[in-house]
Design a protein around this ligand. Structure first.
Ligand code: PMP
Ligand code: G9A
Length: 411
């Protein structure tokens, strides 16, 4: 390849200069090594993909909808798919029609769209401590300034949130939105109870703020009662809700949706026109047909049956193999456990030891916007086989024990 420009980076925008690699995406390359047991990526288990049923649906869509399914679609997305999603959302207490829905190329695109619509360089948005790394990266790529609010076992601490909002307003800073993953949070696994959801929406109403509710895991429930989305308590059109087919059907489809007020929906459609014109029409047809046949709920049940024992094996193995002194919330759904190790351990530096032992995780700092998370690690339990989980946790336990000895940590 011929290179004419010596330092192309001098031509970059300020925005591009500030873009950061995603630790998770980079780790996916390392963990391609089949000998590594990876608890790093938030990947669904490939056994959960309904390959046989999709074979039939594929033929059906080609035969019956080929000319439309292979064509460009509208930016807002396939009307029939939006209608099906609106119908499902009613069951969760969300009052939406197909008009409030935009089909996105993954919720990652929805997060990017939110950043693009709301954030000028230096604008403030609020998120959890910890929070989803892809959200951090999307908002930072618009040069957003993120303020983190600690979580407890019931999700974002709304008392601290309110204090933070007051402090910001006192300094004449209006936070543009509050980003939250209230159900089986990525990475901490916690679920916000209904009472706190109501407190959160009350705060947003009182201070006139937007909430971005990111809900990929709400249906992956193993032993908790269903809790309505925050959007279900939104009477003022201030919640942008997003969910995805990635964890309940296939991430390769790149299909997600937003539910928002008519004004915000219009804005997101205009934003998306410049991003990719429209979401993949073909996979929209496949997902719609899967839902039309009534297969989605049954399929979600099967996924939960597959993942619940994996959660149990991971939590039991943690008890068995991790040294004393760690703490870990037992996730009632979703795909992640989030142990915090004894004082004196840095999970970022321990990662190299762990890769030598052929086991991977994501270090806690990656999910923190204001520092912290040094002693935590995110462990995904959906992707690996049950045997790999047992073996990987045993390897990880040894890595931690050795690290404790090396650092001379007294428990
Ligand atoms: N938000 C959260 C909280 C996630 O965990 C993920 C995926 N891991 C996404 C958004 C992006 O999902 P999608 O595949 O729909 O882009
Ligand atoms: O592969 C990805 O980047 C999606 C998964 C996100 C995660 O690990 O949280």
């Amino acid at each position: 390849m011929v290179v004419f420009i010596s330092d192309i980076s001098r031509l970059y925008s300020d925005r591009a200069g500030k873009m950061r690699k995603s630790v998770i995406r980079e780790l996916l390359k390392v963990t391609q090594d089949p000998e590594i047991i990876s608890f790093a990526g938030g990947l669904p288990n490939p056994r959960s993909f309904p390959i046989k049923e999709l074979e039939g649906i594929l033929d059906y869509v080609i035969e019956n909808h080929g000319p439309v399914a292979l064509q460009y679609g509208t930016t807002q997305g396939l009307p029939a798919l939006r209608e099906s999603i609106a119908e499902r959302s009613h069951k969760d207490g969300i009052d939406a029609t197909a008009e409030n829905i935009v089909i996105m190329s993954g919720s990652q695109q929805a997060l990017d769209t939110v950043g693009k619509i709301f954030l000028n360089p230096g604008d403030t948005a609020i998120c959890g401590l910890p929070t989803y790394l892809g959200g951090i990266n999307a908002f930072r790529s618009y040069e957003g300034n993120l303020q983190g609010i600690p979580l407890d076992e019931d999700g974002m601490r709304v008392d601290i949130l309110e204090e933070k909002i007051k402090e910001l307003l006192k300094n004449e800073i209006t936070p543009k939105f509050i980003y939250t993953v209230p159900t089986f949070q990525n990475p901490a696994g916690v679920i916000m109870p209904e009472s706190r959801r109501k407190e959160l929406i009350n705060i947003a109403n009182e201070y006139d703020l937007v909430i971005v509710e990111d809900d990929p895991y709400g249906k992956l429930r193993y032993d908790s009662q269903p809790v309505k989305p925050i959007k279900a308590f939104d009477d003022e059109g201030r919640v942008i809700y997003m969910s995805t087919f990635s964890k309940i059907l296939s991430p390769g489809f790149r299909l997600a949706w937003t539910i928002a007020s008519p004004e915000l929906t219009r804005k997101m459609i205009i934003c998306k026109q410049a991003l990719d014109l429209c979401t993949n029409t073909f996979t929209q047809f496949l997902a719609y047909e899967f839902m039309r046949r009534g297969s989605l709920d049954l399929h979600i049940m099967k996924i939960c049956e597959l993942y619940k024992p994996k959660r149990d094996i991971m939590m039991d193995a943690m008890k068995k193999y991790f040294p004393e002194g760690y703490t870990c919330y037992r996730p009632k759904g979703g795909m992640f456990a989030w142990p915090t190790l004894p004082e004196g351990i840095d999970t970022e530096t321990m990662f190299l030891d762990s890769i030598k032992e052929k086991v991977a995780y994501v270090h806690g700092k990656a999910f923190h916007v204001n520092g912290g998370g040094d002693r935590s690690m995110r462990l995904n339990f959906s992707y690996s086989t049950n045997e790999q989980i047992e073996e990987g946790m045993s390897r990880l336990g040894n890595v931690i024990k050795k690290k404790l000895e090396k650092e001379k940590v007294i428990l």
